[in-house]
Structures are given as C-alpha cells and as structure tokens.
Design a protein around this ligand. Structure first.
Ligand SMILES: NC(=O)c1ccc[n+]([C@@H]2O[C@H](COP(=O)([O-])OP(=O)(O)OC[C@H]3O[C@@H](n4cnc5c(N)ncnc54)[C@H](OP(=O)(O)O)[C@@H]3O)[C@@H](O)[C@H]2O)c1
Length: 359
C-alpha cells in the first residue's frame, strides 16, 4: 500500500505522519524544499513527541521525500516523475495549504484551490483508483452565524469572512466534484481550529491561536492608543453567545487516521466534522489572548460605526481572527462517533488549556 502525504511538515501534517507511521511501513512525502530537509523537520518533531530513539533511527528509511510545490504545474515534478507517482499511489492525504488568514485572494487561491486541482490531476493520471483523504476546514461554512452546519456539500450562500475560508470552500467543492466524477473513495475532514497545550520547540509550525496572539501583539505595537489608561482595550461587535470550536490537534490526527482505516470503502464521499463537541465562549478566547500579551479586554456587541479611528485600524490588524468572535454555530455529528472515534478522553478546552496553548 503506497501512502502519500502533502503538508507533512505542517502543524497537523506532522501529527498525521506520526499516526500513519503506526499503520504503514513507509510513507511518501511531497514537500517543498527548504533550508531544512523534510526528513529533518519530521524527525525533530517525532523526537519531541517522544518516539523512542530506536524507532527514530529507522525513520529516514521509512520516509521517501519528493520535492514538490502545489503552486507549480505538475506539482513541480517532471512529466515522467508525475506519471510514475500517479501510477503507484494508493492513498493520498492532502493536507498542504496556505493557512495565512489574511493575504490577498490570489495567494491563498494559488495554493489551496490551484494546488488541490493539481493533486486531483495526479490522482486521475495513474492506472489505479487511489483514495483521497482531504484536510478541509469548518471555515467552509463561512459566515454562517448560528444553526447547525450539515455534514454535506455546502452552497456558500452565507458568504465568507476571509479569502482563506473561500479558498477552502472552493477546494472542497473541487474534491467533491472529482469524487462524483471519478468514483474514487474520498473522505473529507472538516477540521476545527486545531491547537495544542504542549510547549513547542524552536522552529515548530505553530497553531492559529498563537498566530492570533502574534497579531494582537502587532496591533498593540502599531496602535498603542487602543489601550485605555487602565490598561484595557475594547473589542466591538462580539456576539454575546459567540463560541469558538477548538480541538487538540493530537485528537484530530488520531480521529482522521482512525476514520480512514475504518471506513475506506468506495461510495459517495464521506464528510466528517472533526470538531470538539463543546465550543468555548469567544469571550474566554479573547481574554486568554489578551491576558497572554499583557492587556485586559472588554467585549461589547456595539456596532462597527461606534468605533474610533484607532480601534478601526487595530481591528484591521487582527481582522482575520475577529470572525471567531462572531459565530455560535454547531456542527452536525458526522459519523466519527459511530466509528467509535469520539475520544471521550479528549480534554475540555478551558481557560487553563487556552493559557497553556499560548505559552
Ligand atoms: N491549523 C488549523 O487549525 C486548521 C484548521 C482547519 C483546517 N486546517 C487545514 O489543515 C491543513 C494543515 O494545516 P496546518 O495547520 O498543518 O498548516 P501549516 O502548519 O501551515 O502547514 C501547511 C503545510 O502545507 C505545506 N505547504 C504550504 N504551501 C505549500 C506549497 N505551495 N507546496 C507544497 N506544500 C506547501 C507546508 O510546507 P512548508 O513546511 O514547506 O511550509 C506545510 O507542510 C490545511 O489544509 C488547513 O487548511 C487547519
């Protein structure tokens, strides 16, 4: 069984690699070349995550790395290398994406939409019928404020807060269209915002909560006047009932690999919401983020036209994360529990967890 992974050097991909190596003797990783090799980055993570030395020594033999870039024609491979890979892949985990929430539309589209199209071309090009496991996002529900997001194809009618959300919606649509056309086994994982309470190591890929903390720090540096004399700042338009869905990344990776092993049969594509059963009050997330950077936060539901010029500039800097403070929706139970994958040992995300994840 030939298993191929994109995005293996990322925050989620590293945990997926660890889970997958427990089920398969070897993995092929499609990775962007960089100053540190993919094998080195993966081995550093596996050591940090506690893999015994004896197993670590065998990792380089168990990983085949192919230099690839999602933004390039044929993923940056030569025609013959592309065809050879297409002819031997049995399962592909497509996890690579540009997760920066705020850049221009073209940048995220090139990686997330164009890259997914090229991955689907790869899967169609060979003589086999490879399965696809695709890392989607609950962000595909876009600006849906409340209600329950169904575990089926969405129509995008609520609009989107960010180019990233739209790109993930469009990419998921490509995956579902392709599944219908070609009939390959496809599993779509709509992932919550993934976090961890384990302290990282130098150069580790961080999680969105930490990116949000960096944005809050930048905001305070660039617009210090948003801080009142008493050291507090006000966030406007925060819905009182807003809840964020956050999930420990370790549990997401375990559930994804578990679901793929239990349910890899042909048929219509399966869509799983890989989410926490309980949301966290958005006000708790905002307070944890602000406390972490040394400022107190007040939240108000006051509309945007009531805010000062400085607050408007400040909101623009952290704008990519403000949608977290606006939605109170839930997610349809999508079969993970039926597969025995609800993981009741999953920690609740409380204030202590939030603070630990930001340390
Ligand atoms: N993190 C979350 O909370 C979250 C939530 C919902 C969904 N997701 C989805 O889960 C997946 C993984 O996210 P993540 O948090 O692990 O992101 P991440 O830490 O930023 O990792 C992204 C991965 O994609 C690779 N990549 C980016 N651009 C590429 C390109 N042009 N060509 C080849 N590889 C490229 C990166 O390679 P380099 O190491 O070379 O940069 C890295 O391995 C994404 O599809 C994301 O949309 C994540």
């Amino acid at each position: 069984m030939s298993v191929v992974v994109t995005g293996a050097t990322g925050f989620l991909g590293l945990r997926l690699v660890r889970e997958l190596l427990e089920h398969t003797p070897s993995l092929t990783v499609l990775a962007r070349p960089g100053p540190r090799s993919a094998v080195e980055r993966i081995t550093t993570f596996l050591r940090w995550s506690g893999l015994p030395e004896e197993e670590l020594r065998r990792v380089p033999q168990r990983l085949e790395v192919i230099d690839a870039d999602l933004r390039l024609p044929l993923l940056g491979l030569s025609r013959s290398a592309f065809d050879r890979l297409a002819d031997r892949v049995d399962v592909l985990w497509h996890c690579a994406a540009d997760i920066t929430y705020a850049p221009g539309r073209g940048e995220v589209d090139a990686t997330n939409v164009g890259g997914t199209r090229r991955v689907l071309d790869l899967l169609s090009a060979g003589g086999r019928r490879p399965a696809l496991c695709y890392a989607s996002s609950i962000g595909v529900a876009g600006a849906q404020r409340d209600g329950i997001v169904p575990a089926r194809r969405l129509d995008g009618s609520h609009g989107f807060h960010t180019p990233y959300e739209r790109s993930k919606f469009e990419a998921e649509g490509l995956v579902l269209d392709w599944a219908e056309r070609h009939g390959h086994p496809v599993t779509v994982f709509r992932l919550s915002v993934l976090v961890t309470d384990r302290a990282g190591y130098p150069g580790w890929p961080e999680h969105p909560l930490r990116y949000a903390a960096h944005a809050v720090r930048t905001m305070l540096r660039e617009v210090p006047q948003v801080m009142a004399a008493d050291g507090s700042m006000t966030l406007h338009e925060v819905a009182e009932d807003a809840r964020c869905n956050l999930l420990p990344v370790e549990h997401a990776a375990r559930a994804m690999v578990g679901a793929a092993h239990l349910g890899g049969t042909p048929g219509p594509p399966r869509i799983h919401h890989v989410v926490h059963p309980l949301g966290v009050a958005a006000t708790d997330v905002a307070s944890a983020l602000c406390e972490h950077v040394g400022v107190r936060v007040r939240t108000t539901a006051a509309p945007a036209d009531a805010i000062s010029e400085a607050e408007r500039t400040a909101h623009a800097i952290i704008g990519a994360y403000l949608p977290w403070l606006k939605v109170s929706r839930g997610y349809e139970e999508s079969g993970l529990a039926a597969l025995g994958l609800s993981y009741t040992d999953r920690p609740g995300i409380d204030r202590d967890y939030l603070m630990a994840s930001l340390r």
